[in-house]
Design a protein around this ligand. Structure first.
Ligand code: SAM
Length: 475
């Protein structure tokens, strides 16, 4: 079910949303947008700039609003409580799912209470250009980029979320019928769309936190935004002209979706990359060595997804990976895992570094490794690990460039994927050059030379001992 955007003023009027000299309309290549209907200027030296849009607090959709809704709607509360793993995001998505399902019914559903969002959702686009909504062939264009595994993981997570909702709702009267039976059952693609709408339209309000706000979510992004949103003393959300900004009649009103997001993040969350405002950074997963006997223990003790971040800021490249430092430490360096038996019969994994309990400091091995007899060797090992990870990624990015592609591909997806590939390849290449320099200077450092010398002596001693054993055997 969808409603034409021409009906939005009526919905807004009914729900006390007020537009001042702006309107929602179609824009070139960006879906809907907000256009100014007159020339607007923020007077010099004032922060009380003109208000363009006001949305009442009761329309703000966040975790607290879903909680409030559940107080009035006992069927929904039962559904919400049947879900074991809950978060603000899943609560909001479940609310949106129920409102969409109710709106798609011709007959009056037996469960759920309607809300203005049921109708508002019908104004929202059917598809969002985020990669989770790209057709499979287009998604293949992301092979070799940092988004490939992220999109795959997201789709698997979405599938498992919907499965959980299906199982939780199955035993509750009325929900089976509304969500999974009849002419309009919920499909995986509906859940993927709601997730995409949430990701591309939620914003951070100063007081109400992560929220979706109708009509404010019709405003497109620009790195030279002319407006910003805020909450006033009545907790209404207001859109204001930015200080020192002016907009001509017929010009688009824009806000900033953030200037510190990477190209991958922008594409993942909003379905486009604005090269004028993206941060040059990328995040990759970093796994332990496949043949490391401590691999599993390291992952459990680390307790979060191991990652490698690379970023270029003001021309300087930095990399950061808490796990890379732990990945490089072995038993002979002083790392030890012990399983302690607890009084209640449970078992606990504890981590020791040179006999000190560092279970709560597994993210601090960069610092801990400085107490190693050969700290430069530890740094060198970490640099090599990071270099290998980035080189493998760059090789994959370059090889997959030559993958065969069907001719009929969505050109917007092709453009976005090509841009992402170029941005990530340039950052990977420059980071690798910098790592090679650091590796060479570490190899020449006194500490590493001394370590290599000691290793040589040890292997000579070992060879000598083996030779003398052989002598004994032969004698
Ligand atoms: C919060 S919504 C804005 C309203 C949206 N255009 C619509 O049709 O409903 C965010 C979405 O608008 C589009 N968008 C916003 N700013 C854009 C820009 N500068 N370039 C391209 N697309 C943009 C993207 O599809 C993004 O996911």
């Amino acid at each position: 079910m969808s409603l034409p955007i021409e009906d939005l003023p009526a919905w807004s009027h009914l729900n006390d949303v007020s537009f001042s000299n702006v309107k929602v309309t179609n824009t070139e290549g960006k879906g809907y947008g907000v256009l100014s209907q007159t020339d607007l200027t923020a007077a010099e030296g004032t922060t009380e700039t003109p208000i363009l849009l006001t949305v009442p607090h009761n329309l703000v959709l966040n975790a607290a609003a879903v909680e409030e809704h559940a107080k009035e709607d006992k069927d929904f509360r039962q559904l919400l409580e049947a879900l074991e793993l809950r978060s603000a995001r899943t609560d909001i998505l479940l609310f949106l799912l129920v409102q969409t399902a109710r709106a798609s019914r011709t007959s009056h559903p037996s469960v759920g209470v309607s809300n203005p969002w049921a109708e508002y959702l019908q104004f929202l686009p059917k598809t969002v250009s985020v990669p989770t909504m790209w057709p499979e062939q287009e998604r293949l264009l992301l092979r070799g980029t940092s988004l490939w595994s992220a999109v795959d993981a997201k789709l698997r997570a979405l599938s498992s979320e919907l499965q959980t909702i299906h199982e939780a709702s199955s035993g509750i009267p009325g929900w089976d019928e509304l969500l999974w039976e009849g002419n309009n059952p919920v499909f995986f693609s509906d859940w993927v769309r709601l997730d995409a709408l949430y990701r591309s339209r939620c914003l951070e309000l100063p007081r109400s936190g992560e929220s979706m706000v109708p009509c404010i979510d019709m405003i497109n992004h620009s790195s030279s935004a002319t407006a910003y949103y805020d909450e006033n003393s009545k907790d209404e959300v207001v859109l204001r002209l930015r200080p020192r900004s002016s907009i001509s009649g017929g010009e688009e009103v824009t806000i900033s979706y953030g200037d510190n997001k990477s190209a991958a993040e922008m594409l993942f969350s909003y379905g486009f990359i604005d090269t004028t405002s993206t941060a040059e950074s990328l995040v990759l997963p970093l796994m332990p060595f496949a043949d490391d006997p401590l691999a599993k223990a390291k992952l459990v003790a680390f307790g979060k997804a191991p990652k490698l971040h690379v970023a270029r800021e003001n021309g300087t490249i930095r990399w950061e990976s808490e796990f890379a430092h732990l990945k490089c430490v072995n038993e002979e360096d002083g790392l030890e895992f012990r399983v302690l038996q607890e009084t209640d019969g449970g078992r606990q994994l504890r981590v020791f570094w040179k006999d000190e309990d560092v279970t709560d400091r597994t993210a601090e091995f960069e610092e801990l490794n400085k107490s190693h007899d050969f700290p430069a060797v530890m740094r060198l090992r970490t640099v090599v690990v990071v270099e290998e990870c980035l080189q493998a990624q760059l090789d994959w990015l370059e090889e997959s460039q030559h993958d065969e592609r069907p001719s009929e591909l969505d050109q917007d997806c092709v453009r976005s994927a090509t841009l992402l590939r170029q941005i990530e390849a340039a950052l990977l290449r420059d980071t690798l050059t910098q790592l090679e320099q650091e590796k060479n200077s570490l190899l020449a450092s006194e500490n590493v030379v001394a370590y290599l010398g000691s290793m040589e002596t040890a292997s000579l001693d070992l060879a000598g001992a083996e030779a003398s054993n052989e002598d004994e055997d032969f004698s």
